[in-house]
Ligand binder design. Structure first.
Ligand SMILES: [Zn+2]
Length: 293
């Protein structure tokens, strides 16, 4: 197979064929080509994209926004292994300041409160683990963690940090208490299949955390003003699925997942910011906890 494109003619969430095109720009368009050239620091094979277009569609039935022309398997492999600068990505992780680590630790503290069990008796799957830093933090808190990652470079790095890594999900029931999927679902050609696979790994009553870029307002903006590089949630080639809180909840609900709010995390030292964050998390954002029914 050579690098090319495949079409998603039906809505990847609800399978409707009732889709409206919001945007259609050839990859040979100078503005788009320049942007990609810069973003991937000259590593993207622009000549292979020449005959294809950056196309964004809106499903009239469920409201999902998605790219209907996406790289084929070979193309995705090239994108994630070669075009994205792995060294730069790793460096960015390694040079992250303490805020990042405090955020991870905070998420894991919240999780510890939700699971209500000794950490070493709780099994966690980090789905689309990346370089393994979140897994390492969960492991440091005593959890039994397994990371799922397709990229060889990333999984090898995680392994060297002591994380147990798998490159395919267990065929038999694995019995995880929690699945963490941070910034994964915006990248997947078949998100429904992936979420079903995850749910099969969960114990009854198990918890899933899904975090995706916030696609609020993206459809209107594309339609009224056209594409611009700031529309990060529908980034060409990579962010092929663009969720809002509503479409994320609908998507999860189809898989048997029910959203719930974790307990409030407010402290006197930072009360106003805390209230603002809690309100946003409960009403607007695209990072949610779900329980598997
Ligand atoms: Zn749909």
């Amino acid at each position: 197979m050579s690098i090319g494109f495949q079409q998603r003619e039906r809505c990847p969430l609800c399978d409707s064929g009732n889709n409206r095109l919001l945007c259609d720009i050839a990859y040979s368009d100078r503005r788009l080509a320049n942007y990609l050239e810069q973003f991937y620091r000259g590593r993207v094979a622009l000549d292979l994209l020449q005959s294809a277009s950056y196309r964004v569609a809106l499903c009239e039935d469920c409201g999902f926004v998605f790219q209907d022309s996406i790289l084929n398997d070979k193309g995705m492999q090239a994108l994630y292994e070669d075009w994205i600068d792995q060294e730069q990505s790793l460096q960015r992780k390694q040079s992250a300041d303490s805020t990042r680590y405090r955020q991870y630790a905070g998420q894991i503290q919240t999780l510890a409160g939700l699971l209500k069990r000794r950490p070493d008796q709780s099994r966690i799957l980090d789905y689309g683990m990346g370089w393994g830093y979140w897994s390492r933090m969960a492991q440091a808190h005593g959890f039994d963690v397994v990371g799922f990652e397709l990229s060889k470079q990333r999984s090898e790095h995680a392994r060297q940090m002591g994380i147990t890594v798998i490159d395919s999900l267990p065929a038999t029931e694995a019995g995880f208490d929690f699945v963490y999927a941070n910034q994964v679902f915006e990248h997947l050609p078949d998100p429904v299949q992936a979420l079903q696979d995850i749910c099969r790994q969960l114990k009854p009553g198990g918890i899933v955390y899904l975090r995706v870029p916030d696609g609020r307002g993206v459809a209107a903006r594309l339609e009224q003003q056209g594409w611009s590089p700031e529309l990060e949630a529908i980034h060409p080639l990579e962010h092929i699925n663009c969720f809002t809180r509503k479409t994320l909840q609908g998507f999860a609900s189809e898989a048997g997942l029910k959203p719930f709010n974790p307990p409030l995390r407010l402290s006197w030292g930072n009360l106003w910011d805390g209230i603002r964050r809690e309100l946003a998390d409960r009403l607007l954002t695209t990072h949610l906890f779900f329980r598997y029914q």
